[in-house]
Structures are given as structure tokens and as C-alpha cells.
Design a protein around this ligand. Sequence first.
Ligand code: DP6
Length: 322
Amino acid sequence: MHTTAIAHPNIAFIKYWGNQDDALRIPMNGSLSMNLQALTTTTSVEFCEDLKQDDLVIDGQSASPEVLQRVSTFLDIIRAQMPDQHLKAIVISNNNFPMSTGIASSAAAFAALAAAASQAAGLDLDETTLSRLARRGSGSACRSIPSGFVEWQAGTCDEDSYAHSIAAPDHWALVDLIAVVSSTPKQVGSSAGHALAASSPIQKARVADCPRRLQICRTAILQRDFVTFAEIVEQDSNLMHAVMMSSTPSLLYWEPATIAIMQQVLKWRSEGLQVCYTIDAGSNVHLLCPQQDADDVEAQLQSMESIQSIYRSSVGDGVRLV
Ligand code: DP6
């Protein structure tokens, strides 16, 4: 059976960085995010009798052996639950945004793949089971399964580590403006980065303080309190990057343009614009703002040099079959 699913990437307000279990992707701490409606990954999966190995095409191009291996390893988890465990799959995936921009694509990729492949395999998984499955492909993908504002409870094992929605997309009209400052592929991807987190002497403190940050951020979202939200989101991003920079070896993802935007965001906020920044494992900056401030923030961003492109998104839905 041929099945297609659509998923959106998500931007984390409280970040996932470091695992209790790298293989199962059980995180050190819980995290909180919103899905990005404007960005989509559409993935079709079909298990076939006559294939010798899995076949993966992304945006019209055959995937590299490394990417194919990661997807095949993920499909093995689904195959283990199929009557015929030897069936290989044809996977065709398309993004409506260029992967080269470094916008988190693995979350949407594995959320869409988990939904399409499990359905194609004849499994009818509920949201929690699907979130647990997507987590095995990419940790942050478990947050792209539920809709809107989503919290991933860290848990301690495969069964209790999954995400759930804390508010629907229309609960709060937040906008994410993504300022792309570099399209060079990052030197160290998230998976390798997670494995370095424990080598930072401040990771323990970051993890220990996480329940406090989650509580503040969750409450700020539920009360639509942007002032509190902005402070805690920036603090959490700064803490994660402090861990990255103080790991061995050190990870420094920021470009000069990244810092220039961070400084401008602080200045614009002090002048009355409602906006804050957050940065993932890369140099691009996500500017979060209430919808009524988004045009002004976007205009300010456009006047800055060294920004290659800007993507704009409202709060998104969860994964769905089409
Ligand atoms: C910085 O989910 O990409 O974006 O599980 O190895 O695929 P893997 O890692 P990934 O890590 C995301 C890290 C982050 C923070 C976040 O999204 O919470």
C-alpha cells in the first residue's frame, strides 16, 4: 500500500540537548516547541516485493548512502512489526523549503516518515505511539507529531518518552521569522552534538534547571504572556549554546551575522517591539513575535545586511495522512 503524510518542522523554545540514551534518543531534559505551518515535508512510502534495498529520493535526488542508512535503520523498527520483515521500501520526500538553508528538516522528515511508513505497513498507531516512533528517527521529530504548541516529556525509557500538545495552533498567534544567514552545511550535526553535551561542565546545571524553565515557558504560553516568554526562551537558547561552546571539542555555531541579529533583537525589544530570538544547532536566527508585531520585525530584518533570506511561519498543525 502506498501512503503519504505531511509534517511541519518545529522550533524549540526550551531545547533538547543531550541524551540519557543515544540509541533510543531518550533526552536528558524535556522540551517545548511550536510547529511551523508554512514549512512542509511531504513523504510517500510503499513497501514492495521486488526491491533489494530501500530507495530514498529527497527533492528529486537520490539520497546519500549516510542518509539512506539512517532511514533504513528507522524503517527496520517498523519492519520488525510487519508480517513480512524482508520487504524494502520506496520513500519519496519533498520539502517546500531548501534543505541547504539549514532550517531543521530532520524533525519534519522523520515525523512524516513515521506516519507514512507505519500506515503503509498496516500499523494503525495512536498519537503517543507515533510520537515515540518518530523520536527514534530524530528526537525533535516526536514534537512534530502533535498539533500546535507541544511538550516532549523526557521520560526514562522508550515507553514514557513522547510529546503531547499543550495548546492548539489557534491558542496564540505567534509568528516565527527565520533569518537565514548561512547556507553552508554545519560541521557537526545535532546527533554528534548531543553526544558531546555531557563533556560540558555546565550541562548538569542546564539540565537540573530545566523543570523551572519548562514551567515558566509553559505558563507563559498558556497565559499568552510575551514578556515572560521572551526572557525564558532567550535564556534557554543561551544556556544550550553555552553548553555547546564549553563542550570538548567545542561547538561554536554562531556567525558574526548571528550575533548582530541577537543584538538588534534586544535593542528592538527595549524600544517596544515584542520580539525575542532563539537559535538551534546552526547560525540561523529564529525571531519569535506576536502576529501584530511581525510586519515591523520583518521590515527591520530586511533592512539588515548579511541576511540571505527570511521565512515566515505561524503556528502549525501536527502530522497527517493525505
Ligand atoms: C538544537 O532532534 O535534530 O534543534 O535526535 O540526533 O536527530 P537527533 O537530534 P535533533 O536535535 C535537535 C536539537 C535542537 C534543539 C531542539 O530542537 O530541541
